[in-house]
Design a protein around this ligand. Structure first.
Ligand SMILES: [Zn+2]
Length: 263
């Protein structure tokens, strides 16, 4: 069964198919992730070309099938996220977000909540909000789609909600300082990272402007989220490896602090 329909969508990725055609995976608002076939897309005057660029949202029109390939005919209201297309760092964070979306849900699963969450994350990056923070929030909240539910709300033993916390795999949640002795294999994470991970696990993107983190805090959060992903999600996406390498370049490219030179 195929029917001509239109739906909002975000480009996940595309790849060449034979000489003139392309396969394009789109996260649609109304039908989940769908693989489309687009014919003759390599012709320079094909009007679909701008609509299938990475980091583009548009209304896509085509024959949508439940299984097998759907056909993409045209697009309208094409909205490119220019900063993500042009900035190498934002491009990397955005690619990882889309990689997580692609891994987290099966094709043809209707998930409008994840669609708007993804769209909001990418748009905020495009508007100049901090890419790392937006990515961290995304990583923590999408864990649910991988079937991971962790207790960030209160100490798993006594229910305390304030003070310093650490994460414990044994309790699938946090422990307050009084109960750190209950798990000697707890993460031994920087308490600042747990503080922000607790906040990020429930924060709405509307509140993102109030978050402004120091580099060391960001590094601590990155380290703890990596540990959580290694243990609970176990994905090894190419886009994430690229982000790890970027961290190393950033250090290399840092200008020498002139004050240090005088000491
Ligand atoms: Zn406790």
């Amino acid at each position: 069964m195929a029917q001509v329909s239109e739906t909002k969508g975000l480009i996940l990725f595309s790849r060449d198919y034979k000489e003139k055609d392309k396969l394009i995976k789109i996260f649609t608002e109304s039908a989940g992730k769908v693989m489309f076939f687009a014919k003759g897309i390599h012709r320079p005057n094909n009007p679909l070309r701008p609509a299938i660029m990475p980091f583009t949202e548009a209304v896509y029109i085509g024959n949508l099938k439940e299984d097998g390939l759907s056909f993409l005919n045209s697009a309208k209201e094409v909205h490119p996220l220019r900063k993500l297309q042009e900035d190498i760092f934002l491009n990397a964070y955005g690619s990882y977000i889309l990689g997580l979306v692609d891994a987290a849900i099966d094709d043809h699963v209707y998930d409008p909540a994840l669609y708007s969450f993804t769209k909001q994350a990418l748009e905020l990056m495009d508007q100049g909000y901090d890419g790392e923070t937006i990515l961290n929030i995304f990583e923590l909240q999408i864990m649910q789609r991988f079937g991971v539910a962790l207790n960030w709300r209160a100490c798993s033993i006594c229910g305390k909600t304030t003070g310093a916390f650490d994460f414990s795999s044994k309790y699938s949640g946090i422990l307050c300082q009084d109960h750190w002795h209950m798990d000697e294999h707890r993460y031994h994470a920087d308490p600042r990272s747990i503080y922000f991970i607790r906040m990020f696990s429930t924060i709405s993107y509307d509140k993102i402007s109030s978050v402004n983190l120091k580099t060391e805090t960001k590094q601590a959060i990155r380290k703890t989220i990596d540990q959580l992903y290694e243990e609970y999600v176990g994905l090894h996406l190419k886009s994430k490896r690229f982000i790890d390498q970027m961290g190393e370049w950033q250090n290399m490219l840092k200008p020498v602090d002139p004050d240090n030179d005088l000491k």
